[in-house]
Design a protein around this ligand. Sequence first.
Ligand code: LMR
Length: 345
Amino acid sequence: MKRVSFLFMLILLIGGLFACSNSQSTSTNTTEEKKEESSSEPIVIKFSHVTAPDSPKGKAADLFKQLVEERTKGRVKVEVYPSSQLFDDDKAIQELPRNTVQLIAPSTTKLVSYDPAFQIVDMPFLFTSDKAVYKFWDGEGGQILSKKLEKYNIKVLAMWANGDKHFTNSKRPLKKPADFKGLKFRTQTGKVLDEQFAALGASAVPMGFSEVYVALQQGTVDGQENTFNNIDTQGYAEVQKYLTVSGHGRLDYLLLTNTKFWDSLPEDVRKTLEEVIVEVTEQQRKWSEELNKASYEKLKASGMEVYELTKEDIEEFQKAMQPVYEKFADSIGQDLIELAKKANE
Ligand code: LMR
């Protein structure tokens, strides 16, 4: 009897040991499987922007996604959220340092919340060509401004273009500074744009891009300023009768990422992304020039009444807007204004 129970105990003990070692190896396997799974999980980059998918920025974001996913063979997945689907610009700019979004491309004006110098693009009639704008941002001007974002954990990856801004409104043709008197214009943000409209006897109402169409439609504001392509792709011709071709300011973008996120990427992945950005930036700038031309033709054919400012008109506007330089040259920085002028040469 004793021998039987001893045998029984022995069997139980061996069985227990076996089960234990088995379960240990299962748990090791699961950890390994998990490790493998997580290393094969793609790095996800959320790219949020506010314009239409067929705008120069929208097309570039999609091209970036395509090239990155192809070239990293799926190691990186890019989720593009156009048309303010994820965030409007102000929210995106706040969220980027928190890494809830990894890529954004807001208009440079909107970075005024970090430093007033970003309003340089709004200084009236400062930049005289697309090439001058590229030269400024790709050179010392861009470096000085990019540095201002470093302490906020934000890294500038490239400057993407849109183009010159023009005025639209629903009330009357705007040919001379006096025509602006009493009108309300939607602006992106910032004191420079407030002053620009104040200098013309008009007022500025800042609001997010996604709210502009309805504000124009409901008459909350009479007009707005934007590039041909934004005016076209946002359908403003449906709610604005008059277009004044003025080219009085710029609307361009900075492609921004979260510095800590960027630095944490495997080196080969980061290198591939950087190469793609160079390629996409070149194409993006070409698109901005081509699509703005095409949009201008569409706007002329849309039934809008179009007036192109003459050289003499522009001189009058420059004179009327001079207070903007008097008030803001110091906060923007005389050095940056000089660099912009040099880029025009
Ligand atoms: C605007 O708010 O008008 C622009 O910044 C939109 C854009 O991104 O082009």
